[in-house]
Every structure is written in C-alpha cells, then in structure tokens.
Design a binder for this molecule. Structure first.
Ligand code: OAD
Length: 245
C-alpha cells in the first residue's frame, strides 16, 4: 500500500488537473449507507422502484417523502471524515482540482471542498414535482409539502431512476474529465451511468486512473492503480504523504 500511495502522491505533485469521482463508499465511514452492498446497502433493504422513481412518487408521495426525510436525518447527523477533509485540503495544492460526486449528502462541501459537481442532486434541496424548479415550501412539515407557487407536491431534489441528470453537471464533468491528468475514483461500484463511463473516458484522453475501494468493481480493469483500502484511511494517508517535503 505505501508504495502505491507514494506513486499516487508523485502523480498528484506533477498534476495540473485532477478529478475525484466519488460514490456512496466515500460517505460509508461517515455512517451513511451505500446502495449495493449485500446486507447493508439501501437497495438490499428497499426496492428502488417503490422509492426512487417519478412513478413511485406519483403513486405514493407520502411514502417517498418520508423515506427521504429519514435519509436526510441520517445525513444531518453525519460528519465529514478524514477522507473528505483530505480532498478539501488537496484542492488548494493542485491548479485545477474538482470533485464530481454521485452523492447527495453535501459532505464534500461541509468538509471545505469548493469545486464540487453534484451529478445526482442534493438531498437538502426541494423541487416542485410539476415544474422541477427548486422551491422553499411554506409548509415544511407537509408530507410532502406543497409548492408555494403552484400548490403541487414538492419532491426531494435528487435524481431518480429514469430521469435525466442535471445538464450543467453533465457538461461540467465531461469537460473536466476530458482534460484531467489524474482521475481518482473513490467508493463507486461503477454500475451506474454516466459515472460508470468516466474512468474509460478519462483514460482514453490520457489520464492516469486510480481506484480507491476495498473491493474490486466494474471499473477496476480500467484503473492503472487500485488501492484496496477504505476511503478515509487511504485519503488521510495520501494527505500525510503529500505534506512530507
Ligand atoms: P454503490 O452502493 O453501488 O457502491 C458503493 C461502493 O463503495 C462499492 O463498490 C463498495 O465496495 C465501496 N465502499 C464501501 N465502503 C467503502 C469505503 N469505506 N471506502 C471506499 N469504498 C467503499 O454506490 P454508488 O456507486 O455511489 O443513484 O452508486 C451509484 C448510484 O446508484 C447512486 O448515486 C444512487 C444509486 O442508485 C441514485 O439514487 C440515482
């Protein structure tokens, strides 16, 4: 592990542009459940088609709203861990450094990262189910609350199955990936598109691709280097090595 970390640190010292793609595993050590891990993953315990599609919300808005309210509470009580802090510190050392995240928890921003692209929205943003605009409901206790403009139901501002990703987030991440020297993929299973295609895209454009994940993933074959460690452990160690003269 230490040789690999050293190699990664050397690459980062020389890099002008770095992208970190994060998935649910990034927040696992903050106590936020992942999606696809056996036993503990959310999709092992709940059916996405009942809770994370526009059709599910149209059928049973109260159930979907309550499920997201429960997840919001978990996130509200979670704290960024050493890995989130290490990424925030790296931002100041590298000329262009961005986090592209599939997570909706805002933990990167809470740790101090400023250049964060949220591919799947944010769990603390509310949107009008009819019009899609971000809104602040007058009746936050409603289950779901109502849109202050049209009176329709308010939904969580996250991307659901079958929905398009925010256009601006897709455009920004594509342009970052096309020009990065190093792509770090942290805690993502590589099963959900378009993020699943990012390692291949970045590598085809000449980037050096590193995976940080205790388990092999769909993207492992595309990575030049894999660190089989937890995000917090590997990134904190990386930050330490980078601090060494
Ligand atoms: P997954 O749950 O599919 O994968 C989590 C990954 O994190 C797995 O590869 C684990 O091995 C890894 N992992 C677990 N603990 C870790 C740790 N401490 N450090 C590093 N890695 C760890 O989550 P995502 O790949 O993020 O979308 O899933 C992508 C999307 O699928 C999510 O954004 C969500 C989900 O359905 C929507 O809800 C639209």
């Amino acid at each position: 592990m230490s040789e690999s970390i050293d190699e990664l640190a050397t690459r980062l010292r020389d890099a002008r542009s770095v992208v970190v793609l994060t998935g649910a595993g990034m927040a696992a050590e903050s106590g936020i459940p992942t999606f696809r891990e056996e036993q503990t993953g959310l999709w092992a315990r709940y059916r996405p088609e009942d809770l994370a599609t526009p059709q599910a919300f149209a059928r049973n808005p109260r159930l979907v709203w309550q499920w997201y309210a429960w997840r919001r509470e978990i996130v509200r009580h979670a704290e960024p861990h050493a890995g989130h802090l290490a990424l925030a510190a790296l931002e100041g050392r590298i000329p262009s450094f961005s986090v592209v995240t599939q997570n909706v928890d805002g933990l990167h921003q809470r740790a101090g990262s400023r250049r964060v692209v949220e591919m799947h929205g944010n769990i603390f943003v509310d949107r009008c189910f009819r019009e899609g605009d971000a809104v602040v409901p007058d009746d936050p206790q409603g289950e779901p609350p109502s849109c202050p403009r049209c009176g329709g139901p308010v939904r969580p501002g996250v991307v659901w199955f079958g929905e398009s990703l925010p256009e601006e987030a897709v455009a920004r991440s594509n342009s970052l990936l096309e020009s990065c020297d190093v792509l770090l993929v942290v805690g993502s299973s590589g099963l959900v598109w378009p993020a699943a295609g990012f390692p291949g895209l970045a590598r085809s454009r000449g980037a050096w691709v590193v995976e940080i994940n205790p388990e092999p993933t769909e993207s492992s074959g595309t990575a030049h280097l894999a660190l089989r460690e937890k995000a917090g452990t590997a990134l904190a160690r990386l930050a330490e090595v980078l601090r060494e003269p």
